[in-house]
Design a protein around this ligand. Structure first.
Ligand code: GCU
Length: 427
């Protein structure tokens, strides 16, 4: 076990409004108890893993199984026949710069599940199939695009500060509320397609959401089944949706499905990491401010903790994960191992300076401590051991930046991800 000492930089204890009934969150680096990260390059039986081949054949499956058992649960392997239905094609989306397709992806054997509505924006007049970003959104498709002609989603929505949701449903005011988070015009102008879907199409984001979501429908006896230890959670279900989009993209002539980047912000950044860990078709894996349960090292106990997240959002994870509340040292994994599951593919981890709840330093450290696995493949990581200054991205196959500003995914973030993906894909 490698020993990591806690670092200086004392900051005050700051209560977080949303959790003010709980103990104030710790933001004091000097209050982190010494911790050891679980060994990446040692097999379950204690043997050292010294080659890329041993990692791929032996250790990687073990680490993946540990995340299934202890954190996200296991994604079921069989859901039967998948049906694609094109709902609309618009040839002058985004001020005439893009083709927009909306395609329903549903399951023939589970007709009660209404399916997910994939929205694909393709650049116009391209000479060859283009690389594609794939991600899930917090609101319906109408929230993602500045175009105003999308039918409003009828699905359950979480109310938010400025998302126009009333009685858990989208309204006209929901239109475009996520458009700054999805820099569609920029991506399209840079020659990328962007495929998105609303996470609530797969499972509404609340503790009982599985009852009307895909997990309920796929459970052996349908909705009403209590989720057991090791069964998948909502993050697993949302990640499943991202992989179904990857399936669809192999049938889409405009997209080069060998060049897919999975992207997500916050809870959906946890989702993109888990999707990237499970599905090697995502050649680039992007974690934007994913925090606890995502890129942040759980053992640091800065900002959000395992105890807080499993209490506030129990449905995101497999039940077993809550066993590590106030007991992180007992968890056989930490987030550096989640990042390592993407190796030798490319990973971009991004933090925001004011997003202390997500523990920017802990997010940085996950990429740093995943490096030994990438080294086995001859891939370079950050190239530095200390967190860089704000707005100064660093790294090669594993790259990192901390942006000035708050918890969000912004144009600045996309301006880093697009060239990163282009470089990794060589296109
Ligand atoms: C909450 C939660 C985080 C999550 C975030 C989000 O703040 O505590 O874990 O990442 O919501 O998804 O916006």
């Amino acid at each position: 076990m490698r020993h990591l000492s806690s670092l200086g930089c004392a900051l005050a204890l700051i209560p977080v409004a949303a959790f003010s009934q709980q103990k104030p969150a710790n933001y004091d680096e000097s209050a982190i108890p010494p911790y050891s990260l679980p060994e990446l390059l040692k097999s379950d039986s204690g043997n050292p893993v010294t080659t890329a081949q041993e990692w791929t054949a032996l250790r990687r499956p073990q680490v993946l199984a540990l995340f299934q058992k202890h954190v996200f649960g296991k994604t079921p392997a069989n859901w039967g026949k998948v049906v694609y239905e094109t709902l609309s094609v618009k040839t002058d989306a985004l001020d005439g710069k893009a083709i927009r397709k909306i395609v329903r992806i549903s399951l023939a054997d589970y007709p009660h599940w209404p399916g997910l509505e994939l929205m694909l924006h393709l650049p116009k007049n391209t000479q060859k199939p283009v690389p594609c970003f794939v991600g899930t959104s917090f609101g319906g498709n109408e929230a993602v695009t500045p175009d105003t002609d999308i039918p409003l989603s009828a699905r359950w929505m979480r109310p938010g500060k400025e998302n126009g949701v009333v009685d858990n449903r989208s309204t006209e005011k929901s239109r475009g509320t996520e458009k700054d988070r999805w820099q569609l015009a920029l991506a399209v102008s840079e020659g990328f397609a962007v495929a998105t879907y609303y996470c609530g199409d797969v499972e509404p984001d609340h503790a009982e959401g599985w009852k009307t979501g895909l997990r309920g429908f796929l459970s052996k006896d349908g909705a009403g089944t209590e989720w057991k230890e090791g069964d998948w959670g909502a993050i697993g279900a949302w990640a499943w949706g991202l992989s179904r989009i990857a399936d669809f993209l192999t049938t889409e002539a405009g997209v080069d499905a060998k060049k897919l980047a999975v992207v997500g912000h916050s809870r959906l950044g946890k989702t993109s990491l888990w999707a990237g860990a499970q599905d090697p078709r995502f050649g680039v894996v992007i974690s934007n401010n994913s925090g606890e349960g995502g890129a942040a090292i759980m053992r640091r106990n800065i900002g959000e903790t395992t105890a807080v997240i499993t209490k506030a959002f129990p449905h995101w994870f497999t039940k077993t994960y809550s066993n590590y509340s106030h007991n992180e040292a007992a968890c056989p994994v930490d987030s550096h191992m989640l990042v390592a599951l993407a190796a030798p593919r490319s990973v971009y981890i991004a933090s925001a300076e004011e997003d202390r709840w997500a523990d920017p330093k802990g997010e940085f450290l996950a990429g740093l401590h995943a490096q030994p696995v990438f080294t086995l493949f001859g891939k370079k990581g950050y190239g530095v051991n200390e967190q860089p200054a704000p707005n100064a991205p660093t790294g090669d196959t594993i790259r990192y930046h901390i942006r000035t500003g708050k918890h969000d995914i912004t144009r600045y973030d996309w301006e880093q991800y697009l060239p990163f993906a282009r470089l990794q894909f060589g296109s």
